[in-house]
Design a binder for this molecule. Structure first.
Ligand code: MEV
Length: 315
């Protein structure tokens, strides 16, 4: 006899242009990636708990483990009006955590979706996103919401804190190289570092925020036109702004340099920076070769398309 379970999955994301500035009101462009997080919810014995790999922690224990997931599961239980229900929340992910690829957003989103469905509620996606954002706030401090929106919607999107998100149709399939530097970091720390830069150099920061919006709108046009050299050039310009606000590092700069020397049209930090991951765009026929070369030093690198599917419930 198998117990009933509900599984939801959600993709990770890359930010193509506008990370950090999006927190301060700029437009940004993000895309879902071919890596997903799966969360399976089932009935627990006496106590609710969260598991991932061989780690496990009680849902109502403040031991610092899975804190965002726990907050989201507790909120789902509360909003579903089933406080006495015990849950087992099992996470399986092939997105490295702390890699800048949106694993935390994907986990909290899939958790909100799986818990609420298991508890008998068919919440709208907007409500699920709202529950998930609670968890993101716990981890990131002041998230713009772009990670949750990309993971929810899938595909390519233009996002702004006030205007919300707009899906962007992709005329031509695009594949990007993702290089995980292996250096974990906390998004909240980088968001704080950038806020300090903003206080130090308010007008310079303001002009960078405005140019991030222009770059984002140009990026949408370049992608729509399938103009890969231009997409790459815009990525390089965006990398310069990220360096100026202190979220690149010498270590990341060297990876970017070697990708560009290897023939990429462009390469940049993606997400919060300070470590984490880099994305690069190369000629389609040279992408595999570039992956082979970079994988020798960064074995967790991969090629991703921009999958159209966001959050989904699995059978
Ligand atoms: C993290 O993926 C993107 C940041 O801009 C933070 C955010 O927008 O929430 C650094």
């Amino acid at each position: 006899l198998s117990l009933p379970t509900v599984t939801a999955s959600a993709p990770g994301k890359i930010i193509i242009v506008g990370e950090h500035f999006v927190v301060h009101g700029a437009y940004a462009v993000a895309a879902a990636i071919d890596r997903r997080v799966r969360v399976t919810v089932s009935e627990a014995g006496r106590n609710s708990f969260v598991t991932s790999g061989n780690r496990s922690s009680l849902l109502f224990k403040n031991d610092g483990q899975f804190s965002a997931v726990k907050a989201v599961a507790r909120k789902a239980i509360q909003d579903c009006g089933k406080p006495s229900q015990s849950l087992r929340v099992k996470i399986a992910s092939n997105i490295p955590s702390g890699s800048g690829l949106g694993s935390s957003a994907a986990v909290v989103l899939a958790t909100a979706a799986a818990c609420s469905k298991f508890l008998g509620q068919n919440f709208e996606k907007a409500k699920i996103a709202e529950i998930a954002l609670l968890g993101e706030r716990l981890v990131h401090g002041n998230p713009s919401g772009i990670d949750i929106e990309s993971s929810l919607a899938g595909g390519l999107l233009l996002f702004n804190r006030n205007a919300g998100m707009k899906p962007i149709p992709i005329a031509q399939a695009m594949r990007l190289l993702v290089v995980y530097s292996g250096k974990k970091r906390r998004t909240a720390d980088l968001i704080m570092k950038v806020a300090m830069r903003k206080r130090q150099f308010p007008s310079f920061f303001e002009s960078l925020t405005r140019s991030a919006s222009f770059l984002s709108l140009d990026m949408v046009d370049a992608i729509a036109a399938g103009d890969l050299p231009k997409v790459g050039a815009l990525m390089n310009v965006s990398q310069t702004s990220l360096s100026w606000i202190g979220v690149s590092t010498a270590y990341l700069d060297r990876i970017i340099e070697s990708l560009c020397e290897g023939g990429a049209y462009g390469a940049k930090v993606t997400g919060a920076g300070g470590g984490g991951s880099i994305i690069a765009l190369a000629k389609p026929e040279e992408t595999e070769q570039l992956l082979d070369t970079i994988s020798k030093k960064y074995p967790e690198s991969f090629i991703t398309s921009i999958p159209q599917e966001g959050l989904r419930w699995e059978d």
